[in-house]
Design a protein around this ligand. Structure first.
Ligand code: TPP
Length: 1077
């Protein structure tokens, strides 16, 4: 089985090129032939075949890359200086020249080593560092077909058998490992042995792509130790115990549920002890919380043995599971298959600490959970004030096929070092069983290793033979140490195999006969022996047991004792599983205590804010430091905003939004907005971060809502010098002072707050997943993601489908994530016009033919629905819908079809009085000030308007065009209502309007083509509402909008204009509308 791509190494190519160019290796071209190079078998060629010693050449003519032209000349100059006066150079160079040039013939142990030899020796060491992994025995099945690079052969570097027992001095420069200065002289033989041990046994290290010298040295120090790592008896017993549990767990499931799918770990059982040792080491180094994401393979084993989910619960779920029973209600969601479920537990570590582990629930889409895990980890860091990111860590387990194949892996890697997304390093473990379902790696990827994607970053990759238990433990510990030292990602590639099929009812030999069926033909004493590679292959446990028995450290009795204990517990838990009744609390996390599940009523709250607070925070977010010099246009915008607050009139979209953020902040909530270019805003409307035009310093007014804000608490993306403006912010932060004055006594909470507005990430899939994970950690945060144009959200469709719209139902996990997707027809062509509203509405689960309880005090409609989709038309309503996300006892995703040209539209303004909670103010109705799910006609209509001949229902910015047309045509017998909340459908308010206009023709007007937009969602629900009032049925709904179309919109601006005019005029026309029925 070729799990790699046999290809020539870069080094080999480079050397060939050097040879062809007649460089310093030219002298060897006649004698170094490829077929004579296999010196690494330690069988030397006959003397006459071996490479003659080349004569020394001036340093400046050596052409290896570690000596570029400049350094050669520098070296020669140094050499000349040293020859003239040894004291004229640094001590280390003196040391170098004395040893390497062999001037000091009396130096003990140095057998006249020339500079040239030293260079060749360095080249040899470097070749192992770069290419040693190509020679590593990684495949437990031994089916690998790898071409070993020539440069791992000492003959290639000009050494002969005669050199083997010569002593060499290695290392002078500031290097670690083999090249460290303090290493004693060694024979070439011992250097080679150690190089082979370090780089070519069971672990293949890839780290030479990392540009940071210090990091490489750190690794060399760990890899190139004078002797290989040895575990003592005590450690080995623990490792054995863990491996026994891992193996017996799978065996137990296999015997109890012979035909059930469990995606067993057989062949990769060393994952479990590896993970546990990794976590123990991480805990020793300060990690307290680990968030884990993983696919199906071995998930049950990880749940049971690593996370310590009670075995009885796992077994109960395996037997079909009982639906969770709750003391209060019956809501259980739709559930999910057992190998998708998440959980969290505390577990003790080997070092006597406790570590909290959470395994995040995931859908079937491989790797989609990656960014969710990372986002959740970042949120944990935020809430636990883990500023150096050493207490909370993400661990992602991958399959080899999906790691190489899923783009979101790459996207997630690219979030890893961004200031606003980093978590201080994720540890990736690839369970590389060398097959993806039925696909061989050869057909599944173009790269040598499945992990090559990680090489795009400075990420070390440790390939390890999954049959070598202690090597697995070693790299797992090393990964934890790397992460805690360098706070960056690291990959462990656990090369193993899959003993059975993709799942337990799959036949693997249909597609992988060599692995699973009649495979290599071996000639033994002239007999052909056929054997099944995997079936005859000892399990990792058998291999490890054999090793420990041979070492004499463990006896068969010791092993039996552990095995019996494991079996007894497994059987006891199996018996207990029959009576196991899960509790809701098994699934919910601490921050969410008290939050309501969909069947529990959550009182609807008002979202208006006291006028004095609005004024106070409004002032804080519109005032800039006196010394700050923003762009002229931005300055004007802020002056206008300040005036809006002062006069209380004409508040635009951006200020409405900023007021929502600011008021939520002063109430103690965390606010985080992420997405492309969100700081300024795609449409240059937000200007959340301002840039001083002279100094380039940045200033974020929302960071100054409060007095004396802790500079670390307020972080804004790509603003490295954020705090430098603190000195300018005197007079800012008046919000807190004044808020206190008006009894807003939440000072201590405020000190814990941060405001984030992030702009960096280009990725859609990973960023949305990340924000989703972030939002799920703690409900007291407004987490938002804004697409640049709504259509870009398409790249994150998996998150919409498999997490956002269905996560609560599948996994009982709530999120209040807000998505802002710019949407609307303004002539920007097919893509930028639509956020594909129809798809989002199609995924909404409110029943089109049932009118739910709509009574004000009993209404649970919005709790029972999977998400909310709104198309809001006023800044005040936007303010309230954002605040509503937090001011309720449950969380629900909110999708906002956000505006483009309404951002500056003259009539799209609100007065401050619509934001407050003062009785008699325009925003205030019977219940107080709230988000308006429907905005009734703006003409002062009474409760009964018999004279209205048409009721036009619409949503979004087309309202303003309709209203303008109505004014133009003086069509006062037409009423226009805005459906601000499309999902869940506001049946009560729609019916109120239907009753108000008993004689009106009912029209749905939209800009989108008929097969898009809200029409297909609205029609059956509106029809149901009408039917109940005996106002006809769905066939009585008249449609005004674009005709069905394959493309979202025309690319011709003029055609767009004509279409728009036509539909608006049609909706207001005097004649009845007779379309589509
Ligand atoms: C995005 C995605 N594509 C396809 C599948 C179907 N599928 C499930 S497991 C699997 C094989 C994945 O191979 P690998 O990542 O190597 O993991 P393994 O099953 O070998 O452990 C496939 C293709 C899926 N779940 N998700």
């Amino acid at each position: 089985m070729g799990w790699f791509r046999a290809g020539s190494s870069v080094t080999k190519l480079a050397i060939r090129r050097t040879l062809a160019q007649g460089g310093s290796y030219a002298t060897r071209t006649n004698v170094v032939r490829t077929h004579a190079l296999y010196f690494h078998t330690s069988v030397f060629k006959a003397k006459e075949q071996s490479t003659p010693m080349p004569s020394t050449v001036p340093l400046s003519r050596l052409t290896d890359t570690f000596l570029d032209g400049t350094s050669n000349i520098y070296l020669e100059e140094l050499q000349r200086a040293w020859e003239a006066d040894p004291n004229s150079v640094d001590e280390s160079w003196d040391n170098f020249f004395r040893n390497f040039v062999g001037q000091d013939a009396t130096s003990p142990g140095i057998s006249g080593q020339t500079i040239h030899e030293s260079m060749r020796l360095l080249l040899l060491v470097k070749s192992y560092q770069v290419n040693g992994h190509m020679k590593t025995k990684l495949d437990p099945l031994g089916l690998e077909e790898r071409e070993i690079p020539d440069n791992l052969n000492p003959a290639f570097c000009g050494f002969t058998e005669a050199d083997l027992d010569r002593e060499f001095f290695l290392g002078v420069w500031r290097m670690a490992g083999f090249l460290a200065e303090n290493r004693p002289v060694q024979t070439l033989r011992s250097i080679l042995t150690r190089l082979e041990q370090a780089y070519c046994r069971s672990i293949g290290y890839e780290y030479m792509h990392i540009a940071d010298h210090e990091k490489c040295n750190w690794l060399r120090d760990k890899i190139e130790t004078p002797t290989p790592t040895q575990y003592n008896r005590q450690r080995r017993e623990v490792i054995l115990d863990r491996l026994i549990w891992s193996s017996q767990f799978e065996n137990f499931l296999a015997t109890k549920w012979t035909t059930a799918k469990r995606f067993g770990l057989e062949g990769g059982e060393t994952l479990i002890p590896g993970m546990k040792e990794m976590f123990d080491r991480a805990a020793d180094l300060g990690v307290e919380n680990i968030v884990i994401g993983m696919p199906h393979r071995g998930r049950l084993n990880v749940l049971g043995n690593v996370v310590r989910k009670p075995l009885r619960q796992i077994f109960s779920e395996f037997s079909g599971g009982t639906k969770p029973v709750d003391e209060v209600g019956l809501y259980t969601g739709t559930g999910d298959v057992k190998y998708h479920l998440g959980t969290s537990y505390d577990r003790p570590t080997r070092g006597g600490k406790r570590i909290h582990l959470s395994l995040v629930a995931n859908p079937s889409h491989l790797e989609a959970v990656d960014p969710v895990v990372v986002g959740k980890t970042r949120a944990k860091q935020y809430y636990s004030n883990d500023v150096d990111r050493t207490k909370n860590m993400a661990v992602l387990i991958h399959g080899d096929g999906s790691f190489a194949g899923q783009g979101v892996v790459y996207e997630t890697f690219h979030l890893s070092a961004l200031p606003n997304y980093t978590t201080g390093g994720t540890i990736h473990i690839v369970v590389n069983n060398q097959v993806a379902f039925t696909t061989d790696p050869r057909a599944g990827r173009s790269s040598q290793y499945c992990t090559d994607v990680a090489k795009a970053l400075n990420v070390p990759i440790f390939h390890v033979n999954g049959d070598d238990m202690e090597a697995v433990v070693h790299v797992c510990e090393l990964a934890a140490e790397w992460r805690q030292t360098f706070h960056s990602d690291v990959v462990v590639d656990l090369v193993c195999y899959r003993r059975f099929g993709h799942n337990e009812i799959d036949e693997p030999s249909f597609t992988q006969p060599k692995m699973y069926k009649v495979s290599p033909v071996i000639v033994i004493s002239a007999f052909l022996v056929r054997f099944q590679v995997i079936r005859n292959h000892m399990s990792p446990l058998e291999i490890y047991k054999k090793k420990l028995l041979e070492s004499g450290q463990v006896t068969q009795e010791d092993i039996n004792k552990i095995q019996e204990k494991a079996n007894t517990i497994l059987n006891e838990e199996f018996l207990a599983s029959k009576d196991y009744v899960p509790k809701r609390s098994d699934w919910l996390s601490a921050y969410w205590a008290g939050f309501k599940s969909p069947e529990r009523l959550s009182r609807i709250r008002n979202t208006g804010v006291k006028p004095e607070i609005l004024k106070t925070v409004g002032k804080a977010i519109t005032t800039l430091p006196e010394t700050f010099k923003p762009h002229r246009a931005v300055k004007k915008i802020y002056e206008q905003r300040a005036k809006m607050i002062e006069t209380g009139e004409g508040i635009d979209w951006a200020l409405g939004e900023a007021l929502a953020f600011a008021t939520l902040l002063v109430e103690g909530n965390h606010v985080r907005l992420s997405g492309q270019d969100v700081e300024r805003g795609t449409f240059s409307h937000r200007h959340a971060v301002l840039h001083d035009q002279e100094t380039e310093e940045q200033y974020c007014p929302l960071d100054h809502v409060l007095m004396n804000q802790d500079e670390e608490m307020f972080t804004v993306s790509n603003r490295r010098f954020l705090t430098s403006l603190k000195h300018m912010s005197h007079g800012m932060g008046r919000g807190l002072h004044d808020a206190n004055e008006c009894n807003f006594c939440i000072y201590t909470i405020l000190v814990k707050m941060r405001n984030y507005v992030f702009t960096d990430a280009e990725q859609k899939f990973a960023v949305l997943g990340y924000e989703l994970g972030y939002s799920m950690e703690n409900p007291n945060s407004l987490v938002m993601w804004e697409a640049q144009f709504g259509d870009f959200a398409n790249g994150a469709q998996v998150i919409f489908d498999q997490f956002l719209s269905s996560g609560e139902s599948k996994w009982l996990r709530q999120t209040g994530l807000v998505l802002m997707l710019p949407h609307g027809y303004d002539g920007q062509g097919p893509e930028h016009s639509s956020a594909r509203l129809e798809r989002l509405l199609q995924m909404s689960d409110d029943n089109p033919f049932v009118i739910p309880e709509m009574d004000q005090t009993l209404r649970k409609q919005i709790q029972e629905c999977n998400w909310q989709v709104v198309n809001v038309t006023t800044p005040a309503n936007y303010f309230h819908v954002l605040r509503r996300q937090i001011h309720r006892g449950f969380r629900k995703p909110l999708i906002v079809m956000s505006p483009k040209n309404l951002l500056r539209y003259k009539d799209c303004k609100s007065n401050l009085s619509e934001f407050d909670d003062v009785q008699g103010h325009p925003g205030f109705d019977k219940q107080g000030t709230r988000f308006k799910r429907l905005i009734k006609d703006q003409n002062d209509h009474s409760d009964l308007e018999k004279g209205i001949r048409r009721l036009v229902l619409c949503s979004g910015k087309v309202y303003y065009e309709l209203d303008e047309e109505r004014k133009k045509k003086n069509a006062s017998d037409i009423a226009i209502c805005r459906v601000e909340q499309l999902c869940p459908f506001p049946h009560d308010l729609i019916q109120r309007e239907l009753k108000r206009y008993p004689n009106a023709e009912i029209v749905w007007c939209q800009e989108e083509p008929m097969n898009m937009g809200a029409y297909s969602y609205i029609a059956p629900r509106l029809g149901t509402a009408m039917k109940e009032l005996s106002r006809g049925s769905v066939e009585d709904i008249k449609y005004v909008g674009r005709y069905p179309s394959a493309s979202i919109a025309t690319g011709f601006y003029q055609v767009h204009g004509n279409e728009q005019t036509e539909l608006v005029q049609k909706a207001i026309q005097p004649e009845p509308i007779n379309y589509p029925f």
